[in-house]
Structures are given as C-alpha cells and as structure tokens.
Design a protein around this ligand. Sequence first.
Ligand code: MOS
Length: 694
Amino acid sequence: MSEQEPQELLEAHAIGTDPVRLEGADKVRGRAPYAYEHPMDDPLFLFPVQAQIARGRVSELDVAAAEKVDGVVHVLTHLNAPPLEDTSDRELAILRDDRVGFRGQYLGAVLAETPEAAREAAGLVEVRYEAEDHDADFRGRPGREEPEDAEDDVDTGDVEAALGQAEVVHEATYTTPMEHNNPMEPHTTTALWEGGTLTLWMSTQGVHPARRKLAPVLGLEPEQVRIISPHVGGGFGSKGVPHADLVLAALAAFAAPGRPVKYAVSRQQMFSITGYRAPTVQHVRLGARADGTLTALSFDAVAMSSRTKDFPEQAAKPARMMYAAPHRRIRQRVVQLDVPVPSWMRAPGDAPGMVGLEIAMDELAVSCGLDPIELRARNDPRTDPDTGLPFNRRRLVDCLREGAERFGWADRDPVPRSRREGGWLVGVGVASATYPANRQPGSDARVAFTGGRYEVEIGAADLGTGTWTTLTQVAADALGVPTDQVRVRIGDTDLPRATVAGGSTGLASWSAAIIDAARTFRDHHGTDPSPGSQAEGTAGKNPASERLALHSFGAHFAQVRVHEATGEVRLDRMLGVFSAGRIVNPRTARSQLIGGITMGVGMALHEKSELDPRFGHVVNHDLAEYHVPVNADIPQIEVSWLHEEDPAAGPLGARGIGEIGIVGSAAAIANATYHATGVRVRDLPLLGDAFLPG
Ligand code: MOS
C-alpha cells in the first residue's frame, strides 16, 4: 500500500448506513418543485427563434407577424436585446450581432402570456439569411488543431523504435459517436428581474459556479444574482456550466421587469443548445513482449469541436495513467467545425477514451494468447506513469480479480464464437474503469444549533444523486448526533458557497467543508451548545494531491448475446466492482453506479446523435429517435465495491462515484461481442450490421 496523507478520518456511525432519500416522499407527492414549477404569479413564457443555417449571417429579421399574435408581449432579437458585458465566452454571447455560427443558435425569443402563443409567434418570425459555406463533417475532414485547453503531448522514450522491435504489435482505430445528455428534466429556468436583482430558479449542478459565470456576462455584480435550485432532475454534466438558454432567459427577464419569465428548453432544442459529448477518433498502437508486457503505447485522439467555442473531449486522458509502458506518445487534437458547442457528458474524456484503450487491450490479449485480466495485471504500474507520483490506492487488479470471481469468469472458453444458444452467440468481456478522485477547493459550510436541532447550510446540488441524504449523514457523524437532529439546506446562492457537482467531486468537496464547520462548532460550543450557536467551515485544496496520484478504479464484466441471423446485440448481465474509498450510503451509491453502467450500455448499444453534415443539425433530435436504454435493455446489473477508506481523499475517506460507473462499461460490452462472435467491431454504437458477413 502506498503512503497515506495523515488526515484524520471521520468516525462513522450514520456513514455506511442506507437511509432512503430524505426528499423522496416530497418528490412523489409533488412537493419538491423543479425550476419550471415554482409557483409564480402572472408568469410570461419564452419560446426561442433558432438559426436554420449552419454558417453565415442574418440579412433580414421581420417580427411584425409575431408581434400581432394575441398574448405576445415582446419579441427579442439582436436588434433590441439588452447589451451583454463580458462576451469572451462565445457560447454565452448571444444576440450580439447578425452572425450565425451553427444551426440551432439562438436568434431571438418571443415572450408571451401563454406557452402556446410564444411558440406560435416564434414560428412567425421571418428570418432571411446570407448563408456561407459551412463545414460540419467531422469524419470527412483531415484538419487537426491543437485544442486551446487540453493536456500537453506526451513523448517519452522512442515509440517508433519500440514498436519496430516489439514482439507483438496491435494497431487499430476506434471511434465513438456524438452523444447527447438526456436528463428527464430538461434545462429549465424561471427568471425574475426586479428591484435590481435577478432571481433565477434554475436547474443546475452548482448555484454558485453558475452565478460566477453568468453575472459578468450580464453586467451584474454577483450579489445582484440569486440562484435557487433545490431539486434537479438529472444533469450528467449538461447542467454543470451555464449554457445559452440561461442568458436568453435572463435577457428576456430584463425586457419584462417585475414579471417572472419561464423557459423550459424543449427536448429538441437540447440537441443544439445544452452541449453534447463530441465524437472522437482514437488511433491506438500498442507494442508488447510475447508475455504481454507493454513496451510502447501510442494514443492519438481527435475530437470534434466547435468554431464558436473550443471544447476538447479529452479522450487521450486515461491513456496517460492506465498502464505502464516505457515508450509513450499521447496526443489530443480537435477539429473545429460549424457545429453546436460540445460540453460535459458523464466522465468527459475518460468515458470515450477508455473505449479505444480497453478494446485495444482486449485485442492485444488475444494477440498474446493471454487472459485479458492477466494482461492488465502484468501492466499495472506501481507509480502514475503520467505524473510519476505514487498512486493513493491503485486497486485495479483487486477489482478485476474480485469481479472475475463473482462473475464466474473462469468458466469462459477463451475461444471466441464457442457458445451458441439457439440462434444466439453468447460471449463475455471485461474492461477496466478509472476516474480521478479530485476534491475542489472553495466550499464553505455553516452549522447552527437552533435548540431542537442542527441546521447545516451549504450551496451544494442534488441532481437526483442523493446529496440531501448523504450530506445529512456526513453532518450527523461530524457532529456526533443522530441524523434526525440534522437539517441540511442546499441549492441556493444565499447559502455558503459551494463548488459544482461535477467531475465526481461533489460529496468529497462539500463534506470537507461540513466536517470542518462541525469540528469548529464542537471546539467552540462543546456538546451542549446554547441555541443560536454557530460555526463556519471551509474546504481548501486537498494537500494529498501534491504527493499522490488520486484515482478510483474498477472492473466491468459483461455477458452479451448476438443473434447469428440479425446481428442484434442483447445484454444478458453486467457486473461492476469498484474501488472508490468509503461508501457513504450504499443505497444511493449503488443507484449511482448502476446509473453509470446503464449509460455505458447506451454508449455501447444505443446512443448516437446523427449530425447531418449537409445542414449541420442532429437529425434524431428527440427521444423517439435518439435511443437510450429502456427497462427491456437492462436485464441485470450488479455492482459492488471493495471495503476501504481512503484518508488521502480527505476526512470523509470517500472518493467520487458519479462517473466511474460509465467508464469502461461500453468497452466491456464491445469485448463481449467479440468473444461471442469472433467479429471485432471498433465503432460505437455496436449496431447489428457490423456482426453480419459482407
Ligand atoms: Mo459531470 S460530466 O462531471 O458534470
């Protein structure tokens, strides 16, 4: 075991128990309002006008017919929009001028007394364009650009020479598709501009980060913006940073002072406005000795990005730290096109990057005649190949071995296409999982004793993950009281500042502030405080991150069947085993991990946004045609974790689990389809045709 940062671990009583979600009853009774549902007097409704070309300019805008629709109060365009202050983020700098940078870009909005009137009038806004040649064809384009914001290239040793001398070489190209987040609750906002204050009831992964980003764009001081977001119906990253829909809602609110403006981004609008996972092409070259020991690792990733704003989907990231190889070359490039702006989707970089790397490792195992688990064990590095730091706890091999045991891996016949059941070919596959265990500095918490109980306040977010419940458990343990003596308040910029629920950092980061506040409270007020006593705490940078490479690990196992005649792929069962530090609430944790794997099933088998390069828009922009897994696609998913506490991760001993469930899960399924059929498919999603001859 690596050395540990000597942090004092929180003593656990409530932690590790599995209370049901505290807000669950409110949710099923309709008492937990989402952003669009906050009861408002006299609201206005917004419907946007979106560009119908991928590049060019608006030459004429005629709003006369729209303004005549009964109930229309205002039509907002670049000709009359209130000015924006900070326009450096081009995604948010909307309605500035007549330029069009992608199809679906906001050109304006109608505000009306009813949603129907707003929608009807938006359709009557007449727009004429001067279209310019656009480029929205990622796969057809050779161009490669250095991303503005990506990790450096890696060049260690001499990869070409090592590949030339390697006893076994594997080289292949893998692709992952464009994918869109589809949380059940779309991006919704109720915006009220009144008395110099903008109040936003919005669906966000972080009220304070959203305010920090938004206030300067709107030319407001942070204190002039209040964001309220107690309940969020899923985000997966798409609500991690504000998108243009918020700016549009705010501009509309400025145009109608004193009246709340409601905007629910429609499912179809989400496909051009609220970000997506960019498609990638991953060229992988592995060189190894006959016994499977890697000598060379070369990983070249190219991701689609947008000309409006660069966002590199960093698929090359996990190759930096997963396996040991003395000779290494790693590149991340982007191709900027006239397309909507990509953004975060559950495990950005790692989820797509582990598709190429983990299928490649499976292929190398086949070439070496090795069990894929054994191949990974032989290349498990002792220190982080990327930073040279020791790992906090690298228990990848433990996860693989425990998973193999539970899954019945030993029963498998290593020969592909060796198991037939009726018309189905059955196979099993394995892949590794990893995700960094980051903790973000910059959260504060307040603990106050009110007499009967302790109020714990922090502006954290619950995306449906269980934050209300787990923070209550953490606070109860930190104060040494039962959970029913604690009331947590989250999701409001009026509460102490909190960092974003993103990058699997939420629980570890916010808990550090709560634990600090609770310890300060006890130091100052003892265990028998007088009513009104309070204390504050703060979470700084994790000191251990200077000396240790902090990551979680896991192993995915999948059994699939592929129909011999149709190529249809069905999942039989999956198992994930994770090393993620202490698990605060097994019930909500299990749900998070199963959710991540389910999204990985979607990545492997269903999800693909079809961008038509002729027009620059996603054709299958709704849930009828953009397929996500449904109940019938998910037979049995089992998850478990190693029982451990990680003091290096912080006083909670927990690393994040929001994202690791998806990482590697698609590759395990892809590897299982190879084992079932003997056909290697390197492009996701794994569609039936790929397994059929000819
Ligand atoms: Mo998540 S993609 O880290 O918000």
